[in-house]
Ligand binder design. Structure first.
Ligand code: ADP
Ligand code: MG
Length: 644
């Protein structure tokens, strides 16, 4: 029962079926052979039965035997696969020795049900892989590009920045690009899980894999195709999944420890009873075999992984990408949530609302000099400032020695002059006193919820730029929903100034606000929250959130508009950039936790029940097998409920 990512089916020809679902086919063949073997024995065709049943053993048990032996030989460890095979072979041997051939059928049924639960687990895994990969497989391989004045079909991997791509109505977007001409409504469900079509006009960003509606679009490639959102996310998820999640490692370790105990007790039980209780040797061996079967923790192991895998698959379909199953568990236990402000609670598509220069400067010059630095910034404020200038006015040559200080601002040299743009504390040490009219303007603009950034040249203040942000439309509802689910406090952590922060906090309804934070301060506040509330989620979009995202029990990154560093650090990526997905993720986590708990309780009680029944002689091997494997299958199926 080792977990690996199987390949995905494309066409269901017989060969593909064999390649992609070998476990399911083996289970079906095994079932057939066991049934025919049983029928043969019923009709007293002993020879035929003795031919069919061993064949069932081989076909149904081959995978388990191979895995069990590999673990035994290579890692010198015992696992449950091997125990099952030994139990089945033991039953068969006992049957042949005692001429009680129905025991061969019992062993066959044991192998059969083991194969079925293995196939079910494989199914859950494939669904997960499928949900995630279908993101990628949906994006087309070729794009229609204008080259030398002609339209040509070019593989997406050969597209270069600046290419003009044409997309016809109903076609898929080949790679992330900006609309330069045309308008249309796009179905972004393949990426975001949102089925509501989205309007796109010139200047808007479209994503690879999304479906164009009725308008013809001309797109310009603004970044290399391999850095499209979908490609980045797929790389992250694949990377995360190639590392075994801690919960799975724990289960495997548990399985091996437990298997040793069972073998030890099994050996004792097959030797001692004749001396202690005077049991006959047949009864002793028979009971020891049943013990081996019912004590195996198959149901216990099936309690967790299939459930978590189904949960991950179900999340992926809604645009919530869990990097591994452990995070799904944690998400269900979240008690406090911290939100970043700019780009997370707000849309992060800022716009400049006012520029106030010092005496003797013009608003244009303030913007222009700020844009020299901001044109290389990844920060939403930078974008806003650059957008406020007509593109012809962004000054060349480019600035030198540009250095961003996340949470503070940006500095650099341009034509022999030192420029700084950012918070007052970042710019002020160099500028001395601030003119009264600027301070008044800044107070007024900040109280109105705007963010004010300051611009200085050679230590002299040039003026300030006020940018406005809009709160995400679903933010209020999303936060209310989280509170209703009993999660609290909801905290806002921002690098912005207290006045702006307070104004946004009030409009969205968070419980606590901490402003003026540097990236490391955000981390400290997460640690503080963790002392009090243990499981703390942090949601952010920027480089300045990365330390906090890493520290939080669960880090959640805003995917489409967020920064790559944030996505890499986070445990969960929200593809839809919709804050209500946070509540959806908590719900999914809670549901999967509930199912895992039910499963474990059920599996454990069943094991105890069967052990007692076996000891007092109340069950036969078939009953033990059906009880044990039946409970395993039930538990696996119960985990698959999350796929709905
Ligand atoms: P948030 O925590 O709300 O996402 P940040 O930590 O990214 O905000 O930024 C905090 C403050 O630092 C901003 O409000 C701004 O004043 C300043 N700042 C950060 N980066 C820049 C930049 N590139 N240009 C101008 N100001 C910046
Ligand atoms: Mg931010």
């Amino acid at each position: 029962m080792t977990v690996s990512m199987p390949r995905l089916p494309h066409r269901s020809t017989l060969r593909d079926l064999l390649q992609n679902h070998p476990d399911a086919i083996a289970a079906v063949l095994c079932a057939l052979l066991v049934f025919l073997g049983w029928a043969a024995l019923q009709s007293n065709w002993l020879g035929l039965g003795l031919l069919l049943l061993p064949a069932a053993y081989v076909i149904g048990g081959y995978d388990s035997a191979r895995e069990g032996l590999t673990t035994l030989l290579e890692e010198k460890e015992l696992d449950v696969d091997l125990l099952m095979v030994v139990a089945a072979l033991g039953a068969a041997a006992l049957g042949l020795w005692q001429r009680e051939y129905h025991l061969l059928v019992d062993g066959g049924v044991l192998i059969l049900i083991f194969a079925i639960s293995g196939a079910l687990e494989g199914y859950a895994m494939r669904r997960t892989a499928h949900s995630i990969r279908s993101l990628m497989s949906l994006a087309p391989d070729v794009a229609r590009v204008m080259r030398q004045g002609r339209e040509q079909e070019v593989p997406v991997s050969q597209l270069i920045v600046g290419d003009e791509v044409r997309v016809r109505p109903g076609e898929q977007i080949p790679t992330d690009a900006l609309v330069v001409d045309g308008s249309s409504t796009l179905n972004e469900a393949p990426i975001t899980g949102e089925s509501m079509p989205v309007e796109k006009r010139p200047g808007d960003l479209v994503y690879a894999g999304t479906l164009n509606g009725l308008g013809a679009l001309r797109l310009r490639i603004h970044q290399p195709p391999e850095s499209s959102l979908i490609q980045r996310v797929i790389r992250l998820v694949e990377q995360a999944q190639s590392e075994a999640p801690p919960s799975q490692q724990f289960i495997e370790q548990f399985e091996r420890g437990y298997a040793k105990v069972i073998v030890l007790v099994g050996v004792l039980l097959s030797v001692l009873p004749p001396f202690v209780w005077g049991w006959s040797w047949e009864t002793t061996i028979y009971r020891a075999l049943i013990f081996l079967v019912v004590a195996s923790p198959c149901a216990l192991m099936a309690a967790i992984m299939p459930t978590l895998l189904s949960g991950i698959a179900s999340g992926a379909r809604q645009g919530i990408l869990f990097k591994n199953g452990a995070q799904l568990e944690w998400m269900g236990k979240v008690q406090a949530i911290a939100f970043d402000k700019t780009g997370t609670l707000t849309t992060g598509s800022l716009s400049v609302v006012e520029v106030v220069p010092t005496a003797g400067e013009t608003p244009e010059r303030v913007l222009q000099l700020a844009a020299v630095l901001e044109s290389v910034s990844e920060h939403p404020i930078g974008q806003a400032i650059v957008n406020a200038l007509p593109s012809s006015r962004v000054s060349s040559p480019p600035a030198e020695n540009v250095q961003a200080y996340p949470g503070r601002g940006i500095l650099g040299d341009w034509q022999g002059q030192h420029l700084r743009v950012g918070k007052r504390e970042f710019v002020q040490p160099q500028t001395g006193e601030i003119a009264v009219h600027l301070r008044a303007a800044s107070d007024r603009l900040e109280s109105a919820g705007n963010t004010v950034v300051w611009v200085a040249v050679q230590g002299r203040l040039l003026g300030l730029i006020a940018v406005a942000d809009t709160v995400r439309p679903e933010a209020v509802r999303a936060i209310a929903q989280l509170k209703q689910m009993g999660i609290g406090p909801i905290v806002m952590l921002t690098g912005d100034n207290p006045r702006t922060a307070e104004s946004v906090a009030q409009s969205v309804g968070v419980d606590q606000v901490y402003a003026d934070l540097l990236p490391e301060d955000k981390l400290h506040y997460i640690q503080k929250l963790q002392k009090e509330y243990k499981t703390v989620a942090m949601i952010g979009d920027g480089i300045n959130d990365a330390p906090a995202l890493a520290q939080a029990t669960v880090g959640i990154a805003i995917g489409a508009t967020g920064n790559d560093v944030a996505m890499e650090t986070a445990d969960i990526v929200l593809m839809a950039d919709r804050l209500d997905k946070v509540a959806a993720a908590v719900n999914l986590g809670r549901r999967s936790q509930r199912i895992v708990k039910q499963n474990i309780t059920f599996a454990l009680s069943f094991i105890v029940l069967l052990l007692i029944a076996n000891f007092v002689g109340g069950i036969t091997l078939p009953l033990g097998v059906i009880g044990h494997e039946g409970s395993t299958v039930l538990v696996t199926l119960s985990g698959l409920r999350l796929l709905r």
